[in-house]
Design a protein around this ligand. Structure first.
Ligand code: SAM
Length: 333
């Protein structure tokens, strides 16, 4: 039995995010503001067989949670196939198989995702107002995403999480409305600080609405109480409504309250590169190793050596910070 993955700072690595595609049907201004950068040619993308092969190895090495993401992962054809392949890894130690999606394809597909073995879903939703939604995502499909959320609920993909990136001058005035939405629909809201991962490299610190401000804006309408759990490697600080209302609030504040010390995550891009941090400027090609006819032991050794290079923390707040050249849509959020 191989020993479990651990980095050079003794952080156990238990959480793998797998990007299924670079392509996306939305144009969120904080991710792909100037249209889609050239996407990886098909032959460079990992096949479902390759994803299944490496995920099986990752699970043997202690990965307990796999989150499928992108780009828009539901643009990858027949995503149910890879979900059902990965769901089989639950008998090997995988505990949680999740998906992050913009929700566009959910009205027709939520049920088939559930049947394929998906445990949980996170749906991105940046505004509850049609005009702001369109302005932030580049597409006029708020109603369809709301339908997708309802379909995910109906299919039993619960607890549903909703991600909203909060950006100054765009949607910070909606934070308490989102809290009301969480209460009404018994949903876990996750507010995310805007990070310097936009393709246009237009991010400035002035655009960031801090986690603290997000909490204050919610508390002005709905008092909150911290949920008393050991946070561990979780990205969100979690709160319940003090009056016992349904739903939950989570605040993800990587810019103003970094949580790198307990990070348990690594990422695999759609073209097979391992990234040890969202903000890494270096990638490690697992695809080349796998396609180079490496033995299973050699693949394991490669993964271990890469994990040992995981950065101690991100450097967003350092004067010499250099944003990664690839946007969130390539990295896999
Ligand atoms: N297309 C899917 C979706 O929309 O959820 C999955 C990929 S998307 C890159 C994953 C998450 O990253 C989304 O919730 C998105 O809002 C978030 N994201 C993208 N760019 C970001 C940025 N610059 N700062 C903070 N979050 C970002």
């Amino acid at each position: 039995m191989p020993s479990l993955l651990q980095d050079s700072y003794d952080r156990p690595i238990r959480d793998l995010r797998v990007s299924l595609t670079d392509r996306c049907n939305f144009r969120c201004f904080y991710c792909l503001p100037h249209g889609e950068p050239p996407i990886a040619p098909r032959e460079q993308m990992l096949s479902y067989e390759e994803i299944e092969y490496v995920c099986e190895i990752f699970v043997e090495l202690g990965i307990e949670k796999i989150r499928l993401t992108g780009g828009e992962p539901m643009m990858r054809q027949d995503i149910e196939t890879i979900i059902s392949k990965l769901a089989r890894l639950k008998s090997n130690g995988l505990r949680d198989l999740a998906l992050t999606t913009n929700g566009y394809f959910l009205p027709d597909r939520a049920q088939s995702l559930k049947e394929a073995g998906l445990d949980r879903i996170t749906i991105s939703l940046d505004s509850l107002k049609r005009d702001v939604f369109k302005q932030m995502t580049g597409v006029d499909v708020l109603d369809r995403v709301l339908e997708g959320i309802a379909a995910a609920k109906k299919a039993g993909l619960e607890p549903i999480k909703i991600n909203a990136v909060v950006v100054r001058g765009h949607n910070e005035d909606e934070v308490a409305d989102f809290a009301a939405f969480a209460r009404e629909h018994d949903i876990k809201m996750r507010f995310i600080e805007f990070m310097p991962l936009d393709a246009g490299h237009d991010w400035t610190r002035d655009d960031v609405v801090s986690g603290r401000e997000i909490r204050e804006r919610i508390e002005a309408r709905f008092p909150l109480e911290p949920i008393d759990v050991v946070r561990g490697s979780e990205t969100a600080s979690r709160y319940r409504f003090a009056d016992g209302g349904s739903g939950e609030i989570g605040i993800i504040a990587p810019v103003t309250e970094a949580f790198c010390g307990a990070c348990s995550r690594i990422r695999l891009t759609a073209d097979g590169q391992i990234r040890t941090c969202l903000f890494s400027t270096i990638e490690h090609s697992l695809r080349d190793v796998v396609r180079g006819f490496a033995s299973r032991t050699e693949v394991i050794d490669f993964i271990r050596s890469v994990v040992m290079k995981k950065e101690p923390r991100h450097f967003i707040n350092d004067p010499g910070f250099v944003a990664p050249s690839r946007t969130m849509s390539f990295i896999g959020g």
